[in-house]
Design a protein around this ligand. Structure first.
Ligand SMILES: Nc1nc2c(ncn2[C@@H]2O[C@H](COP(=O)(O)OP(=O)(O)OP(=O)(O)O)[C@@H](O)[C@H]2O)c(=O)[nH]1
Length: 932
């Protein structure tokens, strides 16, 4: 194992450099570095060289030296340690002291040098005879011999020394300086014993295991006292560079002197300047912090003076003063309480509060008191609740509703036209009648009589329902030809809805037939004027009087018989009497003043829709109001689109269609249904939205009931209600004419000025589709006496929501009709007096008005009552109660003998001594026998 030079130098008590020099001199060549290493043999050589050189070697370093040479060379100071070791067993000191000392030493050895102890134990067999202790004792004896004469004194000193050592050991713990390193420190006897032993044995030390030479551990580093950093002294402020005032500066000859002079002058100026004139930031930049703070303080003082008015300064000029924010968010000011308020529905407590200008808490409080309902500010409240709350707060509340697509369209349909905008329009005439009575022939003949139409006829579109315009004497007439058999009853009924008048074709040779009777019922139900065309008069052996008689039996009394119905004799085939018919129709139209405004969005109805190859969806429309133009955005039933192209009844392309004109249009996204109404809207988006809404609803004829054109069945019903006469429309179907007659006679017994039965149609046999369509169009009820409905009619009735009531006993029919009529009667309103109160005193409250302090004389006063104000035995008027209070609490009623506060709505002139007569209005059901 190699030995580092610095470790050997330490052992020998030499400087590393000196040792390197000595090594080199001894023939052991080394690098000039303390980290250089040598082998143990080289070390022996070096030590031998040092010994030969006579250099005084440290006793601890003389490992390879013989005991004879080493012993006398030991220095006296080392004796103390030796004596300490030897004196231990001989000492007469107290057991306590000894054990303490030993204990300290052992504990230290165990803790710090356990490795050394192990090696010493291993080395013991090697120096079994001559233990280091023995060797030391011998040395002591030799020393004592040499130093004879001083033995007594030395002994005494030794004992004293031991005592001191023990004392010092017991007084203070062993320090790190007392530690003997494993490798041997200078002065250590333990280290020098091993080489002696090994030399004595004469055996060469094994290179790989130099146990006797050095312990197999590295020497611990020298202990360094930890350096505790001294607390730094408080740093003094950075000192400005010292500027020595030279003679030039003093005489102001140098540039620095000029700069200093300028700086001094500037400071002087700033001191003299009014601080309010400068910007604080500028000053801050040029002043020291202390000065700047001082200035700000002064400015604040100035500012306070300015605000308090003492300084008279303007607030705007105060620098560095941040205006204090007011804690109040806003100035409440005078709260304006509205009395007429419009609020959009649906509404929340918040929106109602904002609209009325009343606190939301007040609304919530009223709702809790009146309805026992605890609501949050964002809760939606019902309209009636809002009205009640508004009444409590003395506010007249109206609701504003957002209008949907349907409402927007209805607005367009129902838009009233100014009288000056109305112009005469052609009548729309529907041709009705029994099968093969000559309807189509009549229309065709009328068209052919119009030269232009015949010449321009192009055709090309399959026509299930035909609508044509005929010009006669500079007047146009629009004819709508509907199929005449029962399967097309729906078309007829719908056709009747858009028509202004009806031409009922009755073949003179055939007379009134079932479908003739049906047609009459439709016409009567629609209320439109009717002209009878008695056709085929060219035929021989016809009985006109018989036909007129049959018509009369259907309640169609000819004018020649004193009735209101014009009967014109014609021959469609032979073109006879056509002028007379046209003139009669024009006169009738003139009589009814058929007018429309052409300058408005078009409104009308679809007569028929179909798909055409090449043109796609085609709708046959008839315009009722306004003018339809190419490019218009149209909603028709569930269909919508732009009007891409428009064709007249001659299939010629046209640009626009005025009122009463039938046109075929393309451009709709789907085929509309017959009877669907169309409306022109502003944008295609609106049209799409409405179409989707209608598709969702599943009914395409929503608007049919709102058409503002010719009168509909519902219009008739509506007008009856307005005129205080309500009709109960019925369709009677029975098994025999006798049953019909019996029912009719019983029904006719019901007489009342406000309600009546209106039999739209009666017939023998089961209920068919025609009956259902008629009932649907006129909101009628079908009475089926001893008959049933056809399957298709039943399905249609379900679809159209038509009620078919089956009876087998005639009195049941009569009772039901009576109950229905009585149900239609408006209930009788009867006043019931609830209580009377005397006004004792009045109080004026600025927010609400005059409150009457009353005592209830008799009965009870209810919050929902109305009140007659009676003054000097005269009834002034009646008013609703706006507020009823007992002391400060709102109450629902006040009983006899109690006092209360009453605020009347709409009356603010209440006076002391007024009598308030409270009453409620009760509705009493009426019977047909009771008078109105
Ligand atoms: N002699 C004579 N025959 C007529 C007259 N009008 C129509 N006809 C004939 O009556 C038959 C039926 O005529 P249409 O016009 O088809 O009768 P419609 O009422 O239209 O029949 P549908 O369309 O089936 O409802 C035809 O053969 C016509 O030629 C007329 O004035 N005199």
């Amino acid at each position: 194992m190699k030995i580092r030079i610095f470790a050997l130098a330490k052992e020998l008590g030499m400087d590393s450099k000196v040792l390197i020099d000595e090594c080199n001199k001894a023939g052991v060549k080394l690098k000039n570095s303390a980290l250089a290493s040598i082998t143990p043999e080289q070390r022996d050589i070096v030590i031998a060289y040092l010994d030969q050189k006579g250099k005084p070697a440290d006793s601890s370093s003389a490992e390879s030296a013989t005991p004879e040479t080493l012993t006398p060379q030991r220095e006296p100071p080392k004796l103390r340690n030796i004596k300490t070791m030897t004196a231990r067993p001989q000492s007469s000191r107290s057991a306590t002291q000894k054990s303490s000392n030993t204990s300290d030493e052992e504990s230290y050895t165990e803790e710090g040098t356990s490795g050394v102890v192990v090696e010493q134990e291993e080395a013991e067999p090697v120096s079994e005879d001559e233990t280091p202790t023995v060797q030391v004792d011998e040395s002591i004896e030799e020393t004592e011999e040499v130093t004879e004469g001083r033995s007594a004194a030395l002994k005494r000193r030794s004992e004293e020394s031991i005592e001191e050592t023990v004392k010092s050991d017991s007084d203070q713990a062993m320090t790190r300086d007392d530690y003997v390193p494993a490798g041997g420190a200078s002065g250590s006897n333990i280290r020098e014993m091993k080489p002696i032993g090994s030399n004595r044995s004469g055996k060469p030390q094994p290179k790989s295991k130099p146990k006797s030479a050095l312990p197999n551990v590295a020497a611990p580093p020298a202990y360094k006292q930890p350096v505790i950093p001294k607390p730094k002294k408080k740093e003094e402020k950075a000192q400005k560079p010292e500027v020595r005032l030279t003679a030039d500066i003093l005489e102001q000859k140098s540039p620095l002197a000029a700069h200093l002079a300028q700086h001094t002058e500037q400071k002087k100026k700033e001191k003299d300047r009014d601080p309010q004139d400068d910007d604080s930031k500028t000053r801050r930049g040029s002043l020291s912090l202390v000065e700047a703070r001082k200035q700000r303080r002064e400015q604040r003082k100035e500012g306070r003076r300015g605000f308090s008015g003492e300084g008279g300064g303007d607030q705007q000029d105060v620098v560095g003063r941040r205006p204090r924010r007011s804690k109040r968010k806003h100035d409440a000011g005078n709260v304006v309480h509205k009395t007429d308020v419009e609020v959009e529905v649906p509404m929340t407590v918040r929106s109602l509060s904002e609209a009325m200008g009343r606190p939301a808490k007040a609304i919530m409080s009223i709702m809790f008191k009146e309805f026992g309902e605890m609501v949050t500010i964002n809760q939606i409240i019902e309209e009636d609740v809002a009205l009640a709350v508004a009444m409590e707060l003395g506010v007249d509340l109206t609701f504003k509703r957002q209008r949907g697509a349907l409402e927007l369209v209805n607005d367009i349909v129902e838009q009233e036209d100014a009288p000056e905008d109305l112009v005469t329009r052609p009548p729309i005439i529907t041709v009705l009648g029994h099968v093969d009575h000559g309807k189509t022939t009549l229309v065709d003949t009328l068209r052919k009589s119009n030269v232009k139409v015949v010449e321009g006829e192009a055709g090309g579109i399959t026509q299930h329902i035909a609508a044509y315009q005929v010009e006669y004497n500079d007047h146009k007439l629009t004819f709508v030809d509907t199929p005449g058999h029962a399967a097309f009853s729906e078309m007829r009924s719908r056709g009747a809805n858009v028509t202004d008048m009806v031409v009922l074709v009755v073949a003179a040779d055939d007379g009134v037939m079932p479908q003739t009777a049906e047609s009459i019922s439709h016409v009567k139900a629609s209320g439109v004027p009717m002209v009878v065309a008695l056709n085929k008069i060219d035929l021989p052996d016809i009985n006109e009087q018989k036909v007129l008689q049959e018509l009369a039996s259907q309640n169609v009394l000819p004018s020649e018989w004193g009735g209101e119905t014009e009967v014109v004799r014609v021959s469609a085939l032979k073109e006879m009497g056509l002028d007379n018919l046209l003139e009669t129709l024009l006169l009738t139209a003139e009589l009814h003043e058929l007018k429309a405004n052409p300058n408005r969005p078009a409104v009308g109805a679809c007569l028929e829709g179909f798909r055409d190859e090449g043109r796609g969806s085609v709708a046959w429309l008839i315009v009722q109001k306004g003018t339809l133009r190419i490019g218009d955005a149209v909603i028709c039933g569930k269909s919508y689109g732009y009007i891409r192209a428009m064709y007249d009844d001659m299939d010629q392309q046209i640009e626009e269609a005025p009122p009463s004109m039938p046109v075929k249009v393309t451009g709709l996204d789907s085929v509309p249904g017959a009877g669907d109404h169309f409306v022109v809207v502003e944008t295609i988006d609106q049209a799409r939205e409405l179409a989707e809404e209608r598709r969702h609803e599943g009914r395409a004829d929503t608007l049919s009931r709102h058409s503002g054109g010719p009168r509909t069945l519902e219009d008739i019903l509506g007008s009856a209600i307005e005129g205080a006469i309500q009709d109960l429309p019925l369709i009677l179907k029975a098994d025999t004419p006798g049953s019909l007659e019996a029912i009719r006679s019983e029904i006719n017994k019901f007489e009342h000025p406000e309600v009546r039965v209106k039999i739209l149609h009666e017939g023998i046999g089961g209920v068919n589709e025609s009956d259902v369509y008629l009932a649907s169009a006129s909101n009628a009820i079908i009475i089926a006496f001893h008959v049933v409905a056809e399957d298709r009619a039943l399905n249609l009735a379900t679809q159209e929501d038509v009620e078919i009531r089956r009876y087998s006993i005639i009195y049941e029919v009569v009772d039901d009709i009576r109950a229905s009529l009585e149900g239609m009667l408006r209930p009788e309103l009867v006043q019931e007096q609830t209580g009377r109160a005397l006004v004792l005193q009045t109080f004026s409250v600025s927010r609400f008005g005059k409150i009457a302090g009353c005592r209830v004389l008799n009965g009870t006063i209810n919050r929902n009552d109305r009140v007659h104000v009676i003054r000097d035995q005269k009834i002034l008027n009646q008013y609703p109660i706006a507020s009823l209070k007992r002391e400060k609490d709102d109450v629902k009623e006040v009983r006899e003998g109690m006092e209360c506060g009453i605020l009347l709505s709409g009356f603010n002139d209440i006076k002391e001594g007024d009598l308030l007569e409270a009453f409620r209005i009760n509705e009493v059901k009426r019977t047909l026998e009771s008078s109105s």
